[in-house]
Design a protein around this ligand. Structure first.
Ligand code: BG6
Length: 467
């Protein structure tokens, strides 16, 4: 017996910069990641996405593998500078053609495309012209880009999301200086975040004005937070972390307003976000259709009287994580009883059930897609095989956790494993692997199916019943 609805979308995901390569092929412009990853000391051992898995040139082979697996849906992102090399103005028809070809290939096998408009690769030209997310000019630029995508692909793509994980690209870009533009400025982070919400709302409005037939949503990383102890300090810190990670990022797109208490506190302490006339109405009138959740781990939270700390484990040496801490607010600490990956991410399937139920409780019967979930491991090629049993164990436990949430009333419509194929991990290089398909970087990027490939194929074929 399967808990999953009949038309449940079993899928897998990737993102343009991490998988495509072809960084300057056929008229593509540079993105902020093309530039940033080439600056010394920014990524693990200087890795970048110049070639990545070369999906740009090998998409047919990759889609054939998806079809062999029986995937119902594939989530990928569009590279903004591939179709608009300067972010606005002149259109690169070769870039449009690539996505048309990819969509066509997917539909040939009855694989439903789910498109992400922004998975972090802002055109560098927009960063140079007006400071990217810092400026309100981004709202028009994003809306025009979104309209272009809706008009060129909207006749065949029915599932869209505007942004992938705003907390990550804005938090790491503007607070911890680990992503471009590499700043440590919380006030600018909050204002940039406001521009992101307004860009999202404008794109939702355009989607409806243009009459695109389908649904549009936003994807957040979901980190359910739990207090380390029951002390009043830890409980308060945990409530704050939950507000920051979850309510701040879901409320504006699902309720049309920021959480009032947190907004007042942020405006008081950081003098941001600053609203312009019309902003409130724009958010209020453009609630989106679904939410995407990326789930990897939970957060164990402690009060933090100490200094800021932004050091994370990017080496894959277990135990080397320092952890993230925000002075006077909260600290994300290691669960002393937890089970961790080599990158110190806690493996905690119950957190996925908890996340889905927290979303359902706060936002009602909103359709939810798990847009990412997976485990980063070092998958050795041994005797020509990749026996990635830890991935199968991780997946089995997490898919069961979803079934549990569905039977408790969560409206989950699909599950996208991260990732379909091995690809670049932004700060962790190619040694942190997530795919069902191995890419042999030492051997001409040849593809090889891992053990998890056949396991997931059975999950899809039985609609989750083999669990
Ligand atoms: C999510 C992103 O944050 O997690 C992906 O949407 C990313 O792009 C994935 O690759 C895993 O994170 P990491 O840092 O292990 O690559």
């Amino acid at each position: 017996m399967s808990e999953f609805p009949k038309d449940f979308l079993w899928g897998a995901a990737t993102a343009a910069y991490q998988v495509e390569g072809g960084h300057d092929a056929d008229g593509k412009g540079p993105s902020i990641w093309d530039v940033y990853s080439h600056l010394p000391g920014t990524t693990y051992e200087g890795t970048n996405g110049d070639v990545a898995a070369d999906h740009y040139h090998r998409y047919k082979e990759d889609v054939a593998l998806m079809a062999e697996m029986g995937l119902k849906s594939y989530r990928f992102s569009i590279s903004w500078p591939r179709i608009l090399p300067k972010g606005r103005g002149e259109i690169n028809e070769a870039g449009i053609k690539f996505y048309n070809d990819l969509i066509g290939e997917l539909l040939k096998y009855d694989i439903k495309p789910m498109v992400t408009l922004y998975h972090w690769d802002l055109p560098q030209a927009l960063q140079d012209d007006f400071g990217g997310w810092d400026s309100r000019e981004i709202i028009d630029a994003f809306d025009n880009y979104a309209r272009l995508c809706f008009s060129r692909f909207g006749d065949r793509v029915t599932l869209w999301s505007t942004f992938n994980e705003p907390i990550i690209f804005l938090g790491l870009g503007y607070i911890t200086a680990k992503h471009p533009p590499g700043l440590k400025d919380p006030t600018r982070a909050i204002q940039a975040c406001h521009h992101m919400f307004l860009s999202h709302a404008r794109a939702v409005r355009s989607f409806r004005q243009l009459g695109v037939k389908g649904q549009i949503g936003l994807v957040n990383v979901m980190q359910p937070n739990d207090p380390l102890t029951q002390s009043p300090g830890d409980l308060a810190a945990c409530a704050l972390a939950e507000g920051v990670y979850t309510h701040w990022f879901f409320d504006p797109v699902l309720k049309g307003t920021y959480p009032a208490d947190l907004l007042a506190r942020t405006q008081e302490s950081l003098k941001a976000p600053v609203f312009a006339p019309g902003d409130e109405e724009l958010l209020r009138d453009n609630i989106c259709d679904f939410v995407g959740i990326n789930y990897y781990k939970r957060g164990m939270i402690e009060a933090n009287p100490d200094e800021n700390s932004y050091e994370i484990n990017t080496s894959g040496k277990k135990g080397s994580a320092v952890g993230v801490a925000f002075k006077g607010l909260f600290k994300v600490v290691k669960n002393p009883n937890g089970n961790f990956t080599d990158w110190d991410w806690e493996i905690y399937p119950d957190g996925l059930t908890a996340s889905l139920m927290r979303i359902t409780k706060r936002y009602g019967n909103i359709p939810i897609y798990i847009t990412e979930n997976g485990i980063g491991t070092k998958d050795p090629l041994e005797n020509g095989e990749i026996r990635d049993q830890p991935r199968i164990d991780y997946l089995r436990a997490h898919v069961k956790a979803i079934a549990e949430a569905i039977s408790s009333g969560a409206n989950v419509r699909g599950y996208y494993h991260w990732s379909f194929i091995d690809l670049l991990s932004w700060l962790n290089g190619y040694q942190k692997q997530y795919g069902f398909v191995y890419v042999d970087y030492k051997n001409g990027l040849t593809r090889k199916k891992k053990l998890s490939f056949s396991w997931y194929r059975k999950v899809v074929a039985t609609n989750g019943a083999i669990l």
